[in-house]
Structure formats: C-alpha cells, structure tokens
Design a binder for this molecule. Structure first.
Ligand code: MCA
Ligand code: AMP
Length: 504
C-alpha cells in the first residue's frame, strides 16, 4: 500500500532545487527544503504519539511552517484539522471535543487561553509560531525526518474540515485522499497549471480554497507560490508583476479595483485570475475586464465537495455564472420538495456526485444521511439552474447562510447568542449587501417588554464566545419580527427592509 496524496503531491518536491515558496521579503524555500520541513513535521507528530488516523487540530498563523504541518500530516497519515485563527476558545473547545483530536497546535500568543480548553478535551497542546519557534517547532528541529510515509489508501481520511450547520452546530466534513487528489488533478488540467506558474497566494490556509484548491494545485503542477500571510492590498499590488496566477474571493477583486495602482500594465503578464467561495457580481467581472483586459474565471465549490463547476479556460467565461461541471463531476438540479430531476432551465436544488464528494460528517450519521443521498448525490443547499448552453447559474440558497468576504456565517448560532443577551426577547440574523464583503451580518432584535437593550454591550458580550467575523456589523431594534401564517420569521422581508443598511 502506498500513500497516494503524498506520492502525487509531496514526493515530487524531492527533486526540486527551485523555489516552491517565496515569502513577501523574497526569501525562498526550495521544493526539497519544504519537503524536509514536512518530513520533520511528520517525525514530530509521530514523536508526539500520533498514529495514522488520529486527528491533529491546528490553529496557527499562516506561514510556510504552518503549511508544512499539512504535508507532515499527509506523510504521517494523520487527519489534518485546520481551524480559523479567529475562533474563540469556546469555539475551539467544540472542535476539539467533537473531533477527539489528540494534539492541538496553536500560536504562542494563544497558549495560555487554550491550555485549559485542550486539557479539558484530553488533547495535548503545543506551540508553533510563524517563525517556526515554539515547542512544536523545537520538536520539528529535533525530530528525525519521517523516511517512509505512513501507508494510506485512497479512501482513508486526509482532513476534517468543520462547516457550520443550520442548527448552529458545526459538522466535520470527512475528506479522503481521493477527494483531494481527484480534484487537484482535474483543476490542474482545466486551468492549465504547469511548473512555469507562480501563484500569488493571499488566502488563509484553514479553508478549502487556500489549502486545497490553491496549494494542492501548485504542488501537483510543480509550480511556485508567493506566500503572503494574508490579503494585504499593498503587498498584493507589489507582488502581482511577479506572479502568473491568483486565486481569490470576490472581496480581493473589488478591493483591487478600488485601487488606482491596478492597471493593465501591472497584470499584463498574468495568465489567470480565479474567483470563488462567494458570488462574483457580474459588474465586478466586466469592470475587471475593462480595466485589466482579463476575464476572471469563476468557479463554484463547497467544503464537502471541493470544486464542482468552473467556467472554461478556453471559451467564454460567462459573468454571473459558475460554468460547467468539472470532468468526472455530475451535477443535477432537483425539485427541493420531491427530489425529482428538473428539466433544463428549471430552478432547483444543486446536487453533486463524484470522486470529489466527501465521505460524510464525522460521527454524525443522521446528518450525513440527510444531506448525502443513497445514490451518492450530495444536496448542496444552493439553488441553481442550467442555461441553454450548460452554464450553471447559482440563483440563491435554501440554507440559511451568510457569506461575508468568503467566510460562511450561520445565523442560527448568532441568534442563539443574541436571544440569550440581556433585554433581548428574540432576534433574527440576516445578511445584507455590503460593498466590501459582498454580504455583511445584521442583527435584528426585539427587546423584552420595557427593556432598552444596549447594542454595544450586547456585541461586546457576544465577542467572548463568537469569532469576530461572525459578529453583527450593526444591530437594529424592532418592535416585532415579521412572521408568516405558520409563525416562521420572514427573513426575506427583513433583508428587503434593511437592504440599504450598509450601502456605499
Ligand atoms: C475579517 N473580518 C471579517 C472578515 N474578515 N468580517 C466579516 N467577514 C470577513 N470575511 C473582520 C475582522 O474580524 C476584523 O474585525 C475586521 O474585519 C478587519 O480584519 P482583517 O483581518 O483586517 O480583515 P481583512 O484583511 O480585511 O480580511 C478580509 C478578507 C478575509 C481579506 C476578505 O476575510 C479573507 O481572506 N477572506 C477569505 C476567506 C476564504 O478563504 N474563504 C474560503 C472558504 P474587527 O475590526 O471587529 O476586529 S472555502 C469555501 O468557501 C469553498 C470551498 C469555496 O468555494 O472556496
Ligand atoms: P463552504 O461551506 O465554506 O465550503 O462554502 C460553500 C458555499 O459557498 C457554497 O455552498 C455556495 O453557497 C458558496 N459559493 C462557493 N463558490 C461560489 C460561487 N462562485 N458563487 C456563489 N456561491 C459560491
């Protein structure tokens, strides 16, 4: 037995004396050096007692050393569980408890806060800072590099990525080696990535987009990455002339468009701009083309499915659509009530099947059964339709979800916290248009009789338990929530009423 993900993505680094990762300061790490870092990370994981199949939770700042943890986990056969660095200790406690992770790696600055959380969940806590220091950094330096990767099969788990749910409880999406590798292979081909490419990487590496789509594609293609700690407009503008491709969320593109330094000359040699994770406005697409001469390639994906559809590399990239199903991926549109296939042009539930589709939710068989049909199709919760030329249009979401700057925010979780706040009788949380983030979170609260809730105090109370990006950008106080005859809150009416709340 081999280890397919290691063999396809990481093993080829051994022969590379050219840069694989270039930092913002120009410091380069060759492919072979990066592989060495991965092998030492794998060695340190084994030395810490991790066995194949164990979960490793990681909440560390983006850095080459942090990325090497992913490679190390693949090599050691350990299931990689990356966490948003914005998550609070309370949120982390849920992920550790639910996943049963044996080891958690954190930034030094978070050690004191996370130590009791890790202890109560039975996980060991070690530190890896962005410069490679900390107790795990020391363990990596001391470890014997893992010489032979742990044997793994295509169906073995490579990663556990938590995605929130409509009930407010996060679910761990189990991603196998096959899920990740099949998608990387398809994307390299569809988007024509080669060893000549240099990807400007400014996405976080705790989500599918930055971790798997961007990194796996570059590993498989044998190219290089300019690796920025985060999306920093000045740095991105500076680095664009050295890259051939960039992958981003729509906010990257709107922020760049707002800057006069984005010119046709600056991106003249770029080969490809990819957008995903949230809807790219058709207006952004056309304005980008007018300013730069490039047509952004929009694609569609999900944590549970990796990438599903893509606009074509050759051929028309149609604004406002997410293109065609990727090779090997089946997409059907069904009636949300009956589950029956709809004829072409009908608007319904987007369902997906293929080697890219995950293996279910970690220890949640009922939730898996509710979203993954017996015939293998996954129910995305997105509503869409195919046009006459076969382009998929996403027209809405059946799931109650807000996407702000590419981060998913589930209203239920915030409503539960708001409902528990002093002076609040009930609440509704909605997403409304936002010029920078696409959508932003707005809380609508009904006060208890005679109460005058203090919005600032409520929001500061919420920040103890919820990551900052989930916090409502504003709270609106209303005497009552609009409800239909069944008593269900009419969020569409609220969204309409407050649609200008963050305008311009
Ligand atoms: C930061 N903040 C946010 C967001 N990001 N609030 C709402 N939504 C956000 N996305 C808040 C911070 O908490 C902070 O609040 C303030 O904004 C500024 O923080 P800062 O770190 O400076 O933020 P930024 O640099 O402006 O970040 C915005 C960003 C970033 C560049 C758009 O969010 C980003 O990189 N997003 C990419 C997300 C992504 O990779 N998604 C892929 C998911 P305060 O001022 O109160 O402290 S994978 C996926 O969806 C599927 C699979 C797919 O198809 O790809
Ligand atoms: P996540 O759960 O973080 O993986 O987010 C997946 C969701 O992001 C999908 O179900 C879609 O609602 C949304 N999404 C991803 N790409 C696009 C896109 N190009 N256009 C519209 N929505 C998108």
């Amino acid at each position: 037995m081999t280890n397919p993900l290691h063999d396809a993505l990481f093993a080829p680094l051994a022969g590379r004396s050219d840069p694989f990762i270039v930092g913002p300061d120009g410091a380069a790490i060759t492919g072979a050096e990066f592989l060495g870092m991965c092998a030492r990370a794998a060695g340190a994981m084994a030395a810490a007692g991790l066995k194949p199949g164990d979960r490793l939770a990681v909440q560390v700042a983006k850095s080459p050393a942090a990325l090497a943890l992913y490679g190390g986990a693949v090599m050691a056969g350990v299931v990689f569980l990356p966490l948003n660095t914005a998550y609070t200790a309370q949120e982390v406690a849920y992920f550790l408890g639910n996943s049963g992770a044996r080891l958690m790696l954190a930034d030094g600055g978070a050690e004191a806060t996370l130590a009791p959380v890790a202890e109560s969940c039975g996980a060991r806590l070690m530190v890896l800072d962005a410069d490679g220091s900390g107790s795990f950094g020391a363990a990596m330096a001391a470890a014997a590099p893992m010489a032979t990767p742990a044997p793994r099969g295509a169906d073995d788990l490579a990663a556990l990525l938590y995605t929130s749910g409509t009930t407010g409880r996060s679910k761990g999406a189990m991603l196998s080696q096959r899920n990740l590798l099949s998608n990387a292979e398809v994307l390299v081909g569809e988007w024509r990535f080669t060893a000549e490419d240099v990807l400007l990487h400014a996405l976080p590496i705790f989500h599918t987009h930055g971790l798997f789509v961007a990194t796996n594609v570059m590993l498989l293609a044998g190219g290089a990455m300019i690796f920025l700690p985060k999306f920093d407009l000045d740095r991105v503008i500076d680095m664009l002339p050295q890259a051939t491709a960039m992958m981003g969320v729509p906010t990257f593109y709107t922020r760049l468009l707002d800057d006069p330094r984005l010119t046709r000359e600056r991106v003249a040699h770029m080969r490809l701009f990819v957008s995903g994770s949230a809807p790219l406005l058709a207006e952004t697409h056309t304005t980008w083309e007018a300013r730069t001469g490039h047509r952004i390639l929009e694609r569609y994906g999900m944590t549970e499915t990796n990438m599903i559809t893509s606009n074509p590399y050759d051929g028309e990239r149609r604004a406002g659509t997410v293109g065609f199903p990727l090779p090997g991926v089946e997409v059907r549109i069904t009636d949300p009530e009956s589950g029956r296939d709809l004829p072409q042009g009908g608007i319904g539930m987007i369902e997906v099947r293929g080697p890219n589709v995950f293996r279910g939710y970690w220890q949640m068989p009922e939730k898996t059964a509710a979203e993954l049909r017996a015939d293998g199709f996954f129910i995305t919760g997105d509503l869409g339709m195919f046009d006459a030329e076969g382009y998929l249009h996403i027209v809405g979401r059946q799931k109650d979800l807000i996407i702000a700057g590419g981060y998913n925010i589930y209203p239920k979780e915030i409503e539960l916290a708001l409902d528990a706040a002093p002076g609040v009788k009930e609440s509704a949380v909605i997403g409304v248009p936002h010029p920078d983030l696409g959508e932003a979170v707005l809380g609508v609260i009904v006060p208890e009789d005679g109460a005058a809730p203090d919005a600032a105090a409520i929001l500061s109370g919420l920040s103890a338990s919820l990551a900052r990006f989930k916090l409502p950008r504003a709270l609106e106080i209303v005497p009552e929530l609009p409800r239909n005859t069944m008593g269900k809150v009419q969020k569409a009416a609220l969204r309409e009423r407050f649609r200008e709340r963050f305008a311009g």
